[in-house]
Design a protein around this ligand. Structure first.
Ligand code: 3HC
Length: 447
């Protein structure tokens, strides 16, 4: 089967979820672009968007419409060539509308799994539950005569376990996007001892068409990205708890401080508590639950996450893409309050922010903001200057940041010594391209 043939009939499971909708968008665009090529005229391309939630699927179609417009606006010259035989499409907006129609026309939103029984390629992005994944993939495989290939977006479940339990010998690969898939450049690629060479070859070709950067990870629960993120998040939680105990302050203030340290002082796109909210407290907990039985020298568990779940505070996103409240409360994308786990209510920032900022001390004048530095050619020089000033400072904020930076480096190095990652460069690339960090965690900035 050629690359095009493989992509003529595709299914995405969990298509209305945050990861599923991104994967669906990228795949729909790739399929529509193939369909527009002169050599493919007359061929049918079908993309089954499968999800249990009809409301979620309606939200997905809205998301697709808005995103495909942005995609189309960036390639009107190419689209004009593809629609050259269409005299009715004159203005750019005619062409853009036609392209949106063509992409959406490929997508079939459905709530029944049977739609995947005819697919050649199945992307799996359902919740982080091995038994559910095994059941769905095994069922589809039994009903599908095409011997389909399965690209699982699992965040943490070892691929060889799904392969074995679902009986998919050689036809499954870990193809792990990062949130949001339309923005983050990374795809982690995980093969089992049995993955067919043709599956790998197709995966590399497909990733290249999507302009993604592939980093191979070994097949160990959590892989490289969540191997780092989960430990970094647990460190953040433990630092907040320790700070609250040491300074005899309420936990919500310490959460505010550690979130600020990890964003403004470490020059990251989001603070660690905001990132946990963004991914979803429930999702983080599921991933930790999957990973924990596979590690012997540490406990990947947090009682605070359990408590947040018990209190029904879960973060994550609405189908519109808006952030749901979690550790932090958001208004128009901005943080306005922090959850008080004891009183079970949000405490507005204006009640305690100034006091916490004063405790941390002023950021050095050399401080740089993530957004302004991310594409700056002098990035490394500017970061080195800022981090040197942090190391020289006795302020609480600076000291917490340096300690955090060192821990992040140690986590990265351990991923290599534990043989999850083959080399340091892979760890750094994952954090640069999957988490949009401005610098890799294994660096000399905090030595
Ligand atoms: N779909 C499509 N585009 C999106 C999007 C989405 N869901 N979310 C944001 N964007 C686009 C925006 O439209 C904007 O595009 P434009 O430049 O063309 O206008 C661009 O991204 C930047 O967005 P914003 O200006 O709104 O905000 P930021 O500059 O702060 O960027 C962010 C937003 C890209 C989310 C950035 O904050 C970020 O990278 N944060 C870190 C996220 C992260 O760490 N992800 C990995 C999580 S772990 C994971 O996914 C693994 C899993 O297994 C758990």
């Amino acid at each position: 089967m050629t690359y095009e043939e493989r992509l003529q009939n595709v299914a995405v499971l969990g298509a209305a979820g945050k990861m599923g909708s991104g994967i669906l968008l990228l795949t729909a665009v790739e399929m529509a672009d193939l369909a527009l090529l002169p050599e493919n005229k007359g061929k049918t391309f079908v993309l089954h968007a499968i999800d249990v939630s009809p409301e979620g699927l309606a939200g997905l179609m809205r998301y697709l419409r808005a995103q495909v417009r942005k995609v189309a606006e960036k390639k009107t010259v190419w689209l004009r060539k593809m629609y050259a035989d269409r005299d009715d499409l004159v203005e750019n907006y005619d062409i853009i509308d036609e392209y949106i129609f063509d992409v959406l026309n490929i997508v079939r939103p459905v709530t029944t799994m049977a739609a995947a029984y005819s697919a050649n390629l199945i992307f799996e992005a359902v919740s982080e539950n091995k038994d559910l994944k095994v059941k769905l993939l095994g069922d589809i495989d039994r009903h599908n005569e095409n011997k389909p290939w399965f690209f699982t977006n699992t965040s943490s479940v070892p691929i060889h376990l799904i392969e074995k339990e679902a009986g998919l010998d050689g036809r499954i690969i870990g193809f792990h996007f990062y949130n949001p898939p339309a923005v983050q450049k990374l795809v982690e690629l995980i093969v089992t001892g049995k993955t067919d060479c043709d599956v790998v070859e197709f995966a590399l070709a497909y990733a290249k068409k999507l302009r993604k950067i592939i980093v191979p990870s070994n097949d160990f629960a959590g892989f490289i990205g969540n191997g780092h993120f989960m430990r970094d998040a647990l460190h953040g939680i433990r630092e907040a708890e320790a700070l609250a105990a040491e300074k005899n302050m309420p936990l919500y203030k310490a959460i505010y401080i550690i979130n600020k340290i990890t964003q403004d002082y470490l020059v990251r796109p989001m603070g660690i508590f905001q990132l946990i909210d963004y991914v979803g407290i429930d999702v983080v907990k599921f991933i930790l639950n999957v990973m924990n039985p596979f590690v012997t020298d540490e406990d990947l568990h947090s009682g605070l996450l359990d408590k947040m779940m018990e209190q029904g505070v879960k973060g994550g996103q609405m189908s519109s893409g808006a952030q749901k409240d979690g550790f932090l409360k958001y208004k128009g994308g901005r943080i306005t309050a922090v959850w008080d786990v004891h009183k079970q209510e949000y405490v507005e920032l204006d009640k305690f922010q100034a006091e916490c900022d004063e405790m941390m001390g002023d950021l050095p004048a050399s401080a740089v903001a993530w957004k302004s530095i991310i594409r700056n050619k002098k990035k490394d020089e500017l970061l080195a200057g800022f981090f040197n000033d942090l190391k020289a400072s006795a302020d609480l904020g600076a000291q917490l940041a340096v300690k955090y930076g060192r821990k992040s480096k140690a986590i990265g190095e351990k991923l290599v010594s534990d043989k999850v990652a083959n080399e340091i460069d892979h760890v750094n690339t994952v954090m640069l391209t999957g988490f949009f960090h401005a610098y890799g965690p294994v660096n000399n900035f905090f030595d």
